[in-house]
Design a protein around this ligand. Sequence first.
Ligand SMILES: C[S@@+](CC[C@H](N)C(=O)[O-])C[C@H]1O[C@@H](n2cnc3c(N)ncnc32)[C@H](O)[C@@H]1O
Length: 334
Amino acid sequence: MTGSPHIPVMLDEVLHALEPRDGALYIDGTFGAGGYSRAILSAADCRLIGIDRDPSVRPAAEHLKQAAGGRFAFVEAPFSAMEEVVRTSGGSHVDGIVLDIGVSSMQIDQAERGFSFQKAGPLDMRMAGSGPTAADAVNLLSEQELADIFYVYGEERRSRRVAKFILTAREEAPIETTDRLAEIVSRATGGKHSKIHPATRVFQALRIFVNDELGELARALEASERLLAPLGRLVVVTFHSLEDRMVKSFLRARAGLAGGGGSRHAPVAEAGPEPSFRLLYRKAVEAGAAEAGANPRARSAKLRAAIRTDAPAVTDGSELYRSVVPLARLEAAL
Ligand SMILES: C[S@@+](CC[C@H](N)C(=O)[O-])C[C@H]1O[C@@H](n2cnc3c(N)ncnc32)[C@H](O)[C@@H]1O
């Protein structure tokens, strides 16, 4: 594995929330460098399936397999496919699921992966080895679609102006590299006016779009509800507000806490389905001062956790998330 090692974020808090038990089966849906997986396997005589869609984590997974013997298996897959992964391995339910959403330090550090505007490289940004790249998105989507992606996934106020500058630039030549895109965004936003680099939000937006990160998270939350055995635990660590909002509203809704008690104008709704989760913490847990001081990634981390009840999974057909621009739109344009 190239790049600097990934320091697991909020590892103590993750273990505390998951409470690994002997004989139990766990899923680490974001294997990465295996920091969580190793710690869970050391904490109890349990079994664990590591999942990651990035093929470059295989050597780390192989290493852990040697050390953990039959207690650990790795599957290269998106974590939204966790039910299929468990079924294929002969199981039907699991006792705990951890998700550490986002990119790893290794991915950011590898210039050739194209995740960082601070490193010149191809404009790729795919976590898995297949599918459309960020270059495909900036060169093929319409001005309106790009503006929507920057606005919603990057919370970029100047989304329309950035999209306009991209359209002009790509008429001269396709935009193929991270440094060219960073330079176009800097020109569009008028250089450095805030603490963060002007390209930060646009790169985040493209990464979320190309990897369908929010769609993956929504499908994984729903899959967790079906896959966890009663008393099984779901622990999710997120790094930006779009993800945390989704986890928070999903868990609150499933714990029967969404909506509130009604008012004069909106009477109390009929009782919803029986809660399928019980929140472990009322609020998101954040990294302690020492960790936040030592590891900048930990500063934006939020951990939420819940315990599965024995109520059936909710199948009310409501949609947890809808993409602003379907990825299939870009796939069709290729
Ligand atoms: C923040 S790192 C995880 C680090 C890990 N907890 C550790 O301690 O080493 C996130 C990892 O999740 C993977 N990942 C992100 N989204 C994924 C998805 N939808 N399906 C599968 N893997 C995903 C990334 O490829 C990356 O390796």
